[in-house]
Design a protein around this ligand. Structure first.
Ligand code: UDP
Ligand code: MG
Length: 314
């Protein structure tokens, strides 16, 4: 029924092993939608969950015609699961929200009002991060500072993907074929009128974080390689410094040779080898990080694979 009129609003929710929180999320989200004018849909994406998430989704979609349940073939990761949902939703406006109730659905009416007033994007900006570990808050702060310095795109700090965007912005986002997606950065890259809306981020309502440190590091690396070439160019800066130091040593050793005062010099040799070796491998790794992503992209595989779509007349 793709020629049916578009709903005024789509809510897109990536879910991975969220059986513990999914019913509570739907209850709070639908209660908010009941108060909003115009038709709406909720596109829930099962990102290869190993628990009962898909069963709960399918049942919910049978009960409530607003709910479209999408199941991916396997776990594709948060950003690609979200992309799958975004590509399927049909609304004139789209709310991106996590399933764990860290982002309050009740903020939606205020966000809608901002779009009514002409904004293209309203993004949630975290005032408090209750229930998040000191480690997570420190690493997040360091990460946003780092990417803020490295990237030409102004990526607002302390944001997640919790945001409301217009269909125009969504279509621009979906036109970007990049595989290693940092969606909050990609939305910022689009431009237009983007406004923050402050909120207190609640602790996760149930279940565990689906972002262990390993995934956080990969996500940060995707963000940096996707939005900056500064790490690639760093080898140039380091190279200049090393060349200057190397030249000084060259002069020093020649002078020493002329004066017949050269010593065996094991310490300086080892220090130089260690330093240069470490630096060279590090820079090779940086090149590898970009090259690997370039390779992934060049294969041109689809970003996600959909197994089922049920509900919402789809
Ligand atoms: N998520 C997903 N696929 C994944 C990991 C996470 O769809 O591989 C979803 C998850 O279900 C949640 C959202 O992405 O709705 C954010 O994950 P989470 O809340 O665990 O991250 P955190 O808030 O701890 O950074
Ligand atoms: Mg969360």
């Amino acid at each position: 029924m793709t020629d049916a009129p578009r709903p005024a609003l789509s809510v897109v929710v990536p879910c991975f092993d969220e059986e513990g929180v999914f019913p509570a999320f739907l209850a709070r989200m639908t209660a908010v939608l009941d108060r909003i004018e115009g038709a709406s849909e909720i596109v829930v994406v099962d990102d290869g969950s190993r628990d009962a998430t898909w069963r709960l989704m399918a049942e919910a979609s049978a009960r409530d015609p607003r709910i479209v349940a999408v199941r991916l073939m396997r776990n594709h990761g948060h950003q690609l699961a979200l992309t799958a949902g975004l590509s399927i939703c049909r609304g004139e406006r789209v709310l991106i929200i996590d399933a764990d109730l860290q982002d309050p659905p009740e903020l939606l009416p205020d966000m809608m009002a901002r779009l009514d007033a002409g904004a293209d994007v309203v993004y949630g900006q975290r005032r408090e991060r209750a229930g998040e570990s000191l480690f997570k808050r420190l690493t997040a702060a360091a990460f946003y500072r780092l990417i803020g310095r490295m990237s030409d795109v102004e990526i607002p700090p302390d944001t997640g993907d919790f945001r409301l965007v217009t269909r125009r912005v969504l279509d621009m986002l979906l036109a970007m074929p990049e595989r290693h997606r940092f969606i909050r950065g990609m939305v910022a890259w689009v431009g237009g009128r983007q406004e923050p809306i402050a909120y207190d981020r609640a602790p996760r309502a149930a279940g565990e974080s689906k972002y262990p440190v390993s995934k956080m590091i990969r996500f940060a690396a995707d963000a940096i390689t996707g939005f900056s070439v500064v790490p690639l160019l760093a080898s140039m800066t380091i190279g200049w410094i090393m060349a200057a130091v190397g030249f000084a040593f060259f002069v020093y050793s020649i002078v020493g040779w002329l004066m017949h005062s050269n010593l065996p010099g094991w310490t300086s040799l080892m220090a130089a080898i260690g330093l240069l070796g470490g630096m060279q491998f590090l820079m090779l790794g940086v090149i590898g990080a970009y090259l690997g992503r370039l390779y992934d992209q060049s294969k041109g595989r689809p970003l996600f694979l959909i197994r089922d779509i049920v509900g919402g007349g789809r």
